[in-house]
Design a protein around this ligand. Sequence first.
Ligand code: RIB
Ligand code: CA
Length: 313
Amino acid sequence: MSGRPVIVDCDPGLDDAIALLLALASPEEIDLLGITCVAGNVPLAMTERNARIVVELSGRRDVPVHAGCPRPLLRPLNTGERVHGKTGLDGYDWPAPSLPLADAHAVDFIIATCLAADDGAITLCPVGPMTNVATAIVKEPRILPKLREIAFMGGAALVPGNVTPVAEFNIHADPHAARIVLESGARLTMFGLDVTHKAITTPERLDAIRGIGTPAAAAAAAILTFYDRADIERYGARGGPLHDPCVIAYLLRPALFSGKECHVAVETESELTMGQTVADWWGVTGKAASCRVVTGIDADGYYALIRERLACL
Ligand code: RIB
Ligand code: CA
């Protein structure tokens, strides 16, 4: 493979599924070394099953799926069936997966893959709670120089949260893991609600996906139709925000996005603000920037990229 070596860590999850399809459809740009799964939107037994289903849909049986941590580091597991359905992939009649789960624990796969790589080679893309990534960093800090970047979906720098007034789901689910990652010193690129809430799957965009005609596009349109209902009810929006694929689209076409380097901290003490990502946007703390916070997106270009790649599967 000629592409950028990438590990996607996820909790499929309807938007995770679209992110995986986008990565799996882009072998020239993304050398997807493996998919690691964590408990989040639904329990781990479902997230790893759902990842295997999506890999099979893509035809990329060369990509291994590893199961990881079944719960957050300290907090109880709170799942998101309200949004993603009981299976985590509701809205489409999926065949049972025949692809076996890979043997190694996700954390051990991340560690082994990073240690075998050159310095600065590996891009980690967590798009669920960061329990696996944080555990890998704690268990084997020698992976840090091996990382090119951690590009993640999570947080809310300047906008309200989606599970509490200030916290976004992935960070709130495991704030202690997020704090370990954000304090790791790795190069970080944050795709929080600031940017993902500008990527709305409007009826027009959904119809365009539905009209592509490939099996992956048909499945994507079906699950996005199911996914939209929760956000329309909550936000009165014309569709659901397509969170996780932003991370993969950034790897493919970084010019679709814009943002700013600043220091970002995670609240892990107060129950009132637990999981808040506190971005020092104006540098008032004097602390060095630790993260590129993405806030801008060419949403039409984003959906055009998704359509282009779904047409390949
Ligand atoms: O807040 C959005 C995030 O939470 C997305 O990653 C979605 O899949 C859920 O995990
Ligand atoms: Ca997710």
